[in-house]
Design a protein around this ligand. Structure first.
Ligand SMILES: *Cc1c(COP(=O)(O)O)cnc(C)c1O
Length: 426
């Protein structure tokens, strides 16, 4: 085994360091496998209940009227998330689009959006208009308030109550930490938050940004009262196979509003050719529980390795996980670049290229990204990224298999080691 890793460029010191960390992780890995087994059965049952058939995999073109495969896939998602309806489309271009769609489907001029968990994901700042942007919700007269988490990560219920006004129409709750170093939220905590917001204002709707959270636990935000649960198909639920897309699972009323916004009033869910994407969308969803489990193991391994080296990790090596993201605070741009170079060098595609920071659309500082993915930009595949700003944290995620995630982490360590940026003996 050592020789095989050496052939990839991972030396015996780094390999040995990794094995020592892994020895302590077997029990946690077994618990992750149990969750995957549970979720595999959940997906399988939804596919059987909805009678997924060969005909569901056929391509449609043009308007896509009466698309059996599309409608069945949406029913499968709705059953897995225990919602009345779902919108699952390749025409939803990414996670940000899915979230923007859900927001603009519900909010009307004069309404307010409220985040009880602090600032939303970077790309939503322009959607909402926190950073002024043409076409933002702010431009349509939609207000925004937020209540920050307390320094210890708990909900600030007084601030939340104060931020819910008679105009508040929609509450947005981000499950994953995104590019912040706050803890990610468990589905149980999201449930408590939704219950509190609805007790403060019973007619308010709650949307959860579920990006990176799908299948990490046995329940989803839709099981604890979310009216809309939203995510990207090039993250967990696409299983690495979906070529593009996003989903919104929720109440009939909310999902129909989203469909009208995605297509047009009067058309809604009835149009939208599948363009031949359905086989990958079905198969990816089928594989998603095990792919997510592999990514989770990789995240835990990364925390184990980097925490032992003295770097801050969120979550740390032992705490429970509610998404597949691992933040590692490396403390310098040089270490961020070496880490990302290692992830890139471990990829099956584009392993020979060097990631460099660039001003990515939607982000307010330069971002470095490492990904050698079969699906461009897919972050359920092994990837790492982070904004080049203090505290110089990289966000590591994905890996279509646990073994590949492991290789990526070892390779990142190899690059840091070769450049003298870590001390394996210390
Ligand atoms: C990835 C992500 C998004 C945005 O998704 P894109 O597909 O990159 O547009 C939104 N919120 C969170 C928490 C995410 O992780």
């Amino acid at each position: 085994m050592k020789q095989m890793y050496a052939s990839l460029g991972i030396g015996p010191e780094v390999y040995g360091y990794g094995e020592a960390v892994l020895a302590g992780l077997r029990e946690r890995f077994a618990a992750i496998d149990d969750t995957a087994e549970y979720n595999q059965a959940k997906v399988l049952a939804a596919m059987q209940k909805n009678r997924v058939s060969g005909g569901c995999l056929a391509a449609s073109t043009g308007y896509g009227y009466n698309d059996l495969g599309r409608e069945t896939l949406e029913a499968v998602y709705a059953d897995c998330f225990h919602t009345q309806a779902a919108l699952v489309r390749p025409q939803i271009t990414c996670g940000t689009h899915a979230l923007a769609l859900a927001l603009s489907a519900i909010l009307r001029p004069g309404d307010e959006l409220m985040s009880p968990v602090g600032a939303p994901y970077d790309t939503l700042e322009e959607v909402i208009g926190i950073r002024p942007s043409p076409g933002s919700l702010a431009e349509f007269g939609i207000g925004y308030r937020q209540a920050d988490l307390k320094p210890d990560g708990s909900f600030d219920y007084d601030a939340i109550r104060a931020a819910i006004t008679p105009r508040t129409r929609l509450i947005t709750i981000q499950r994953s930490k995104g590019y912040a170093t706050r803890p990610s939220l468990s589905v149980e905590r999201i449930g408590q938050l939704i219950a509190f917001c609805k007790s403060a204002k019973p007619d308010v709707l709650c949307m959860v940004d579920n990006c990176y959270g799908e299948f990490v636990q046995r329940i989803e935000p839709s099981d604890v009262g979310a009216d809309m649960t939203v995510g990207s198909l090039i993250k967990n639920p696409g299983g690495g196979l979906a070529a593009a897309g996003g989903y919104i699972c929720g109440t009939q009323e909310c999902v129909e509003a989203c469909a009208r916004r995605l297509t047009a009033p009067g058309l809604g869910k009835e149009v939208g050719a599948n363009l031949g994407q359905l086989p990958a969308m079905y198969q990816g969803f089928f594989l998603a529980p095990t792919v997510t489990a592999g990514a989770l193991k990789g995240a835990i391994f990364a925390a184990g390795v980097y925490e032992k080296l003295g770097f801050g990790c969120v979550p740390d090596a032992v705490e429970p996980r509610y998404d597949i993201i691992q933040a590692v605070t490396l403390g310098s741009p040089e270490r961020m670049e070496a880490f990302c170079l290692g992830i890139q060098a471990a990829a099956p595609v584009d392993s020979h290229v060097t990631p460099v920071p660039w001003p990515m659309p939607g982000y307010d500082s330069d971002v470095i990204m490492a990904a050698g993915a079969f699906v461009q930009g897919s972050s359920i595949e092994l990837s790492a990224d982070g904004p080049i700003r203090p505290p110089y944290a990289v966000y590591f995620q994905g890996g279509l298999t646990w073994y590949h995630a492991k290789t990526g982490i070892l390779m990142s360590l190899q690059k840091l080691y070769e450049r003298g940026l870590v001390d394996l003996k210390g």
